[in-house]
Design a protein around this ligand. Structure first.
Ligand code: B4P
Length: 338
């Protein structure tokens, strides 16, 4: 599996160049501004070209079943047959029951952004499995071994910013310092790495677990055990945060929890979500926030939105679409050292 993942990661640049040249991937140029708040430099990316992105049919999240002839839906872009120009590779591992296809993101704002989709239909409202987590983490290890930094994210549920209901994780290349929120997590002093912590300078519920270093002799099964332990501990906190919100927040978020997952080599972050969009004051635009927003990287499509985001404040927007921090017993959570 390690060799196959290394080959997939190694192939991304060439497959990407060919797919852009052949018209299978649309590249949308953008510029990035930074915005200092809460002890970090948030990134706000301005991408006017996305205004011309074709409007894709909105899929529905109401069913855990794939579209069928009895329940017609728009074509699932993550089901075969794939545009061969988008396919980077396939990966199967029976030990961890994982079977994934790696595809380029067709609508690329950051070059080499790619997706890992489940080979058989699974729902984007479902939690990540041991196989999903392990293949994702092994992909990050392969990237690091190739001298690249990237992180994985998963928009889970209908308020998470996801637009496709077929389960997919995404991988985004970054500068070596990593995403703004990961830089904050890294500065946190963690006394007991078996316990989650929250970045308390952020005004919304966020749960993070520091991962132990991996060794090259670790099997996928052993890695899966570590990742699943971390993910489930954080998922418990997400559920608990959702239950302890004020009534008006609970009304915004009925049913199963929506949340964003950020996975780096050092941490897993889970952020519970109350709503998908924030309505910008002034422009009235609805800004959809996905995991990248909670990594500290927002996306706007015009100058007015950029100004509206800066004057609202990134943290206040994230608080609006996230959940309020709740008291968690210190036996569960690392005490704050901030
Ligand atoms: P989802 O989990 O469903 O949602 P998303 O990332 O928020 O993307 P969305 O589709 O809502 O795009 P948006 O205009 O907000 O992910 C689906 C993924 O599959 C997306 O990456 C999508 O592009 C891709 N996809 C859709 N149809 C496909 C197909 N037929 N074949 C292959 N891939 C397909 O944002 C546009 C893009 O900018 C998205 O890629 C988004 O991830 C990215 N983006 C958002 N914020 C960003 C930021 N701050 N910096 C850089 N990129 C950012």
């Amino acid at each position: 599996t390690k060799k196959a993942i290394a080959q997939i990661v190694g192939r991304v640049p060439e497959v990407y160049d060919n797919a852009v040249a052949g018209g299978s991937v649309f590249y949308f140029p953008s510029t990035v501004e930074t915005h200092a708040e809460a002890g970090t430099e948030f990134e706000i990316r301005l991408c006017p070209a996305l205004l011309k992105k074709p409007i894709l049919p909105t899929p529905h999240f109401e069913s855990d079943q794939p579209p069928s002839e009895h329940r017609p839906a728009h074509k699932d872009p993550f089901a075969p047959p794939f545009d061969p120009a988008l396919v980077v590779g396939e990966l199967q591992n029976e030990e961890i029951e994982a079977d994934h296809v790696f595809l380029l993101n067709k609508f690329s704002v950051v070059p080499h952004h790619f997706l890992m989709v489940t080979k058989e239909y699974e729902s984007q409202t479902a939690p990540l499995t041991p196989g999903d987590l392990t293949h994702a983490y092994m992909t990050l290890i392969a990237a690091r071994n190739a001298g690249k930094t990237m992180f994985a994210f998963y928009n889970c549920g209908d308020r998470s910013g996801a637009s496709q209901p077929h389960k997919h994780l995404q991988f985004l290349p970054l500068s070596p310092e990593g995403a703004p929120i990961e830089r904050l997590a890294r500065t946190h002093v963690v006394e007991d790495i078996s316990k989650p912590f929250s970045i308390q300078t952020l005004p919304y519920a966020n749960y993070v677990l520091r991962l132990p270093p991996t060794t090259s002799s670790q099997t996928p099964g052993e890695l899966a055990d570590t990742l699943v332990f971390a993910y489930l501990a954080l998922l418990d906190l997400v559920v608990s945060a959702a239950r302890h919100q004020p009534a008006e927040r609970q009304e915004l978020a009925p049913g199963p929890p929506s949340y964003n997952v950020l996975l780096t080599l050092e941490h897993i972050h889970l952020i519970p979500r109350a709503q998908e969009t924030h309505t910008l004051k002034g422009t009235g635009e609805k800004l959809s926030i996905n995991s990248l927003g909670f990594a500290g990287m927002l996306l706007v499509k015009c100058d007015e939105e950029m100004q509206a985001v800066k004057s609202a404040g990134v943290c206040s927007i994230l608080q609006d679409v996230g959940m309020l921090p709740v008291n968690i017993p210190s036996t569960t959570l690392n005490e704050s050292d901030e």
